[in-house]
Design a protein around this ligand. Structure first.
Ligand code: ATP
Length: 246
């Protein structure tokens, strides 16, 4: 797939020949320097931007079924509606199509998954940044997506909250089996969470590495990061990113 977008000087190629397949239930982390087109790629996968050549297929179909692909943004502060309670933010994507009892049950279930069961009647501004990001993740999960796309989901959080949410995400993904594709600037986060790590490089951006992680699950913050395989994947990714900078 390739993507061209309009700039002030006319059309500009943003991504060139980015072709890959992601298996159902797989977790893929995308890393790469700023401006290489990672967010654009995620937008194409989410159906928000159209590829100028090539296509995105989900289970062999090019038309993304609404609700099957959901995106979580880094900017949780703006993603949540401040006048709505936590529960009503989470129910945003399921207000049509589900009866009230089923909807309330679904909201309660996903809030429990992200560890916010006691905060359903709070408003976003009454929560910490990490909690607000959990609300956004809960809202995405409420529609029971087959594909979860996340653009630097933990980028704005402190290291301890980030580690906690990484583990929340792994637990949820193991339970829901959602195919998960996320962007991060943190190589360690990419390895810790993923089955494969993609490196996007250049301008226009292309997919230069698809590194299998091959670390056992369930993963833990200490043991996984001390595993010899972890270090070799880290080395390979650092080399790929360094070569690109050189
Ligand atoms: N809507 C748009 N119209 C025109 N050009 C765009 C648009 N969105 C992004 N671009 C351009 O596409 C290129 C890639 O941007 P993108 O946000 O995808 O990169 P990125 O790898 O996610 O960067 P970062 O890591 O800094 O978030 C940039 O040159 C940007 O200016």
């Amino acid at each position: 797939m390739s993507v061209e977008l309009m700039s002030a000087d006319g059309p500009r190629q943003i991504l060139r020949d980015v072709n890959f397949t992601v298996g159902a239930g797989e977790i893929v982390g995308i890393v790469g320097r700023s401006g290489t087109g990672k967010t654009t790629l995620l937008r194409v996968l989410g159906g928000m931007v159209r590829a100028s050549s090539g296509l995105v297929e989900l289970h062999g179909r090019a038309d993304n079924l609404p609700g099957t692909v959901v995106t979580v943004f880094q900017d949780y502060g703006n993603a949540l509606l401040p006048w709505r309670s936590v529960a009503r933010n989470v129910s945003l994507g399921i207000e049509r199509g589900l009866g009230r009892a089923e909807r309330e049950q679904r909201v309660a279930d996903v809030l429990r998954l992200v560890g916010l069961e006691g905060r359903s009647s709070d408003h976003p501004w009454q929560l910490s940044g990490g909690m607000q990001q959990r609300v956004q993740i809960a809202r995405a999960l409420a529609v029971e997506p087959r594909v979860l796309l996340m653009d630097e989901p933990f980028g704005a959080l402190d290291a301890i909250t980030k580690a906690t949410l990484q583990d929340v995400l792994l637990r949820i993904q193991a339970q829901t089996g959602a195919t998960t594709i996320f962007i991060t600037h943190d190589i360690d986060e990419a390895i810790y969470l993923s089955d494969r790590v993609f490196v996007i490089a250049g301008s226009p951006g292309s997919l230069i590495v698809q590194e299998p992680v091959d670390l056992p699950r369930p993963r833990t913050q200490l043991e996984t990061r001390e595993h010899p395989r972890y270090l070799s994947v880290r080395h390979a990714l650092a080399e790929a990113l360094r070569e690109e900078t050189a």
